[in-house]
Design a binder for this molecule. Structure first.
Ligand code: MG
Length: 402
């Protein structure tokens, strides 16, 4: 079990800088790689959650590129209670970005003794690694995780031939790296003052400024997402941990009422009737929300949002769906798929189908390929056939940690 030294209270004086201002997109999809999705969440979301889990009580600050502000906001919605503060904007080089983040932290009223600097594209750092780095920095001033090299090394000549190189004494450096806050801030200011901008990691910069760096054991599994095959491997590792696969079902009905529009699947659709209900009466989002609550086995939409509660009068139903999704994420899980079937004679759903899919995907934070919307009539039979209202059936497939 954890000893007292790992007491969560110990990390209140610790800040974590998640460095995410890079533009590298060579791994594909055209997005900077820290915003690519793996197992339902962006890479940066994984790394922030990982640091928050390792260092409860710590303040987390991401340094991002200004162009990514919207992407970042979408990836980190709802993470504020993990100690995540508004992002800082980075500079031209990694070193500039780290310094910008340190300066923002320096302006905080709270005083940080320790800062952990972590690459956003390392999403598998174990809790113990971040804690050990923090503890070593407390004791020695600076700490860097590193791994022995398992491959032999060769030095390549200009003519393309190569010679053996000695790997003894060489280690591969990782993050999270940890420092006494005052030491690393001072080192970064000095380096910038002397026009140095070529340090590729903070341990080398600290060393240049005169702080010896303590090496701690790194982890081969804490690899940096760089090449396309790294992403494929990372996704497989993440999904393997989400082995509790569940299906939930939701059903809802709302009656037509006089009006000129209705809400369906998050979309406002002009129609010669409205739908009656306490909230916006979005029968599609209600069925989806209940399907997710069903998969979680955590009650239903009525128990979470009682119609007797005036807060939900006229509420947009995306609030309900968001809450159901939040509960999946809070349990460390992901939504694998949402499937909605609307049953009505009118309005015609077909022309709105793709817009509804896109809206549900946006609300739930999913790729559109994980959202299906289908529509049918009931052949003029029953209440939907008599045009008295709309029925919705939904199935949600979610994956939770085993
Ligand atoms: Mg309803």
């Amino acid at each position: 079990m954890d000893s007292g030294r790992n007491n969560p209270a110990n990390f209140a004086d610790t800040a974590v800088l998640v460095v995410a201002a890079g533009r590298g997109s060579r791994a594909g999809e055209g997005l900077p790689k820290q915003y690519r999705r793996l197992a339902g969440h962006a890479v940066i979301t994984h790394s922030i959650r990982r640091m928050a889990a390792a260092l409860p009580g710590a303040t987390i600050l991401a340094v991002i590129h200004p162009d990514d502000a919207q992407l970042y906001a979408a990836c980190t919605e709802g993470l504020a209670d993990l100690g995540l503060r508004a992002p800082a904007y980075g500079g031209a080089t990694r070193q500039d970005s780290v310094r910008a983040g340190l300066e923002v932290l320096h302006e905080d009223i709270s005083y940080y003794k320790i800062v952990i600097i972590h690459d956003s594209v390392r999403i598998f750092a174990a809790n113990e690694l971040a804690r050990n780095a923090a503890l070593a920095a407390r004791e020695y001033g600076a700490a860097v995780p590193a791994c022995v090299l398992s491959d032999s090394l060769r030095r390549v000549r200009p003519d393309g031939m190569s010679d053996p190189a000695d790997r003894s004494g060489l280690f591969a450096v990782q993050t999270p790296q940890a420092f006494r806050f005052d030491l690393i801030l001072e080192a970064h200011r000095r380096a910038a003052g002397e026009g140095r901008s070529d340090f590729t990691d903070d341990a080398s910069l600290a060393e240049w400024a005169g702080t010896p760096v303590r090496m701690i054991p790194g982890e081969p599994s804490n690899f940096k997402l760089t090449h396309p095959q790294d992403f494929a491997m990372a996704e497989a590792l993440l999904l393997a941990k989400l082995g509790d696969i569940r299906t939930g079902y939701g059903y809802d009905v709302h009656a037509f009422t006089p009006g000129d529009h209705l809400w369906l699947g998050g979309l406002r659709i002009p129609h010669d009737h409205g739908l009656e209900g306490h909230s916006d009466a979005d029968v599609g989002l209600h069925a989806l929300t209940d399907a997710i609550f069903g998969a979680l086995a955590e009650g239903d939409i009525g128990s979470h949002f009682p119609p007797s509660d005036p807060r939900w009068r006229g509420a947009r139903s995306e609030v309900f769906l968001r809450e159901a999704v939040r509960r999946v994420v809070a349990r460390g899980g992901m939504i694998a798929h949402l499937d909605l079937t609307l049953v009505c004679e009118a309005p015609k759903v077909g022309p709105h189908r793709d817009a509804i899919r896109a809206e549900i995907a946006r609300i739930a934070g999913l790729d559109i390929g994980r959202v299906a919307v289908k529509a049918t009539t009931s052949e003029k039979l029953g209440f939907t056939g008599r045009r008295e209202g709309i029925a919705a059936n939904a199935v949600a497939t979610i994956r939770l940690p085993l």
